[in-house]
Ligand binder design. Structure first.
Ligand SMILES: Cc1ncc(COP(=O)(O)O)c(C=O)c1O
Length: 395
């Protein structure tokens, strides 16, 4: 059997139609398959590789740390310098009240931790989330996920969850002094890139403050420069009580985090002690990689270029089959007529060496979320292939 057959046979599958490309090398904007074919990565491993694949400083940090030590003991016991210095670096770049980092293995685990923290801090049990939001696949994250089709097969889920309408002022009335937390994506990603109305976001912040409810912002997908600022919430004019990060946080390695004030975070330390623990969360190699990736993101001044690169995409994504393009920085959804048109165009792009994808709750939208290192020439080349694909598919 070849590797593809072994993959289908022995590696658990998530759908009956995986892409099943066999990539043997990746660097910067590109990946190469076993036949030497090159692919331009327009989705950055789903918003992970913000500084590009295998950034040399990230690779070096991994090598150096792996030679020093890897796993030592469960999270929270030893002083591990990669964790400490990354937590310090992150909090140096956050508002004062977001000064304490709990590292996890993934975005979903950070969501779980944030939900538990909010319950613990407020002594309340209800959590409000939004329709068309995605927060991960574990059962707590699934309970707050904003689409009944994906939730339903896994019931019973957590009780006390309310689903509200994003950008809807009236739905804020459902947030009360019973609500432990409201969790929202700073920009809804899997809904097909839905940015919040700024007035609504302000009203949400005010309602949470007035009811003693914690506001949790999930920036797993939109944070770390993708929207054109280091944190997406900078563009919203508010600060959350808890910030959730993942994906690009590890520079290509698995790492998530929930970040709050020391005062809020302290409630996880007692009654019960060890109420939230993890073996591998904040793995030293992953923290070293994340720190190097974060530094590269800042040193290479990638974030100030994001808005200009977004404009180049917008200029070149012109085709009669494109109904709309929604974007916040380099997080873009190209809306087409149907999933069929989208899927055929995606297949054309992949066949022509450009990797793209669709969205979980917006299957008619093509995902564009490239590494932030993408150049003007690469943007133009990618848009040309997408438009050629649309010509062929819709002719
Ligand atoms: C906004 C958002 N939150 C949370 C998650 C869950 O992250 P993970 O897949 O690392 O568990 C995702 C993953 O796509 C996400 O997009």
């Amino acid at each position: 059997m070849n590797n593809r057959q072994l993959f289908l046979q022995h590696v658990a599958q998530t759908s009956d139609a995986p892409l099943a490309l066999e990539i043997v090398k990746a660097e910067g904007m590109y990946m190469w398959d076993a036949d030497g074919k090159q692919y331009m990565d327009l989705i950055a491993g789903i918003s992970v590789c913000n500084v590009g694949h295998c950034h040399p400083k990230v690779v070096k940090a991994i090598q150096d740390q792996a030679q020093q030590y890897m796993h030592l003991l469960v999270y929270g016991e030893f002083v591990q310098s990669p964790q400490v210095s990354f937590a310090k670096l992150l909090t140096d770049h956050l508002p004062n009240q977001l000064n304490c980092v709990y590292f996890t293995n993934s975005g979903a685990e950070a969501v779980e931790g944030a939900m538990k923290l909010a319950k613990r801090f407020t002594g309340r049990t209800n959590i409000a989330a939004f329709n068309r939001s995605y927060h991960g696949s574990t059962q707590g994250a699934l309970s707050i996920l904003g689409d009944e089709y994906w939730r339903n097969a896994f019931r019973p889920l957590l009780p006390g969850i309310q689903h509200l309408e994003y950008n809807n002022f009236e739905s804020l009335e459902q947030i009360t002094s019973q609500t432990a937390a409201v969790i929202a994506e700073s920009v809804q990603a899997e809904g097909g890139v839905n940015p919040p109305n700024l007035e609504w976001m302000k009203a949400l912040r005010e309602k949470c403050t007035a009811t003693g409810t914690l506001l949790i912002l999930d920036e797993v997908q939109c944070g770390l420069g993708r929207n054109g600022t280091l944190w997406a919430f900078e563009q919203l004019g508010i600060v959350p009580d808890i910030l959730i990060l993942g994906k690009a946080l590890g520079g290509g390695m698995p790492l998530g985090a929930f970040i709050a004030s020391k005062e809020i975070m302290w409630t996880l330390t007692n009654t019960p002690v060890l109420g939230h623990i993890t073996t591998f969360g904040g793995h030293p190699v992953n923290c070293a990689a994340g720190r190097a990736g974060f530094q590269a993101l800042l040193e290479e001044e990638l974030i100030p270029q994001v808005k200009a690169k977004e404009q180049i995409f917008l200029q070149h994504l012109k085709h009669p089959a494109i109904k709309a393009v929604r974007s916040v920085g380099l997080m873009m959804a190209v809306e087409l007529e149907s999933f069929e048109v989208n899927k055929k165009t995606i297949d054309y792009c992949i066949a022509h060496g450009v990797l793209t994808d669709w969205f979980l709750f917006a299957a008619e939208c093509m995902r564009i979320a490239p590494p932030l290192v993408i150049t003007e020439e690469e943007i133009i080349a990618a848009c040309k292939i997408i438009c050629e694909g649309l010509d062929v598919v819709t002719k």
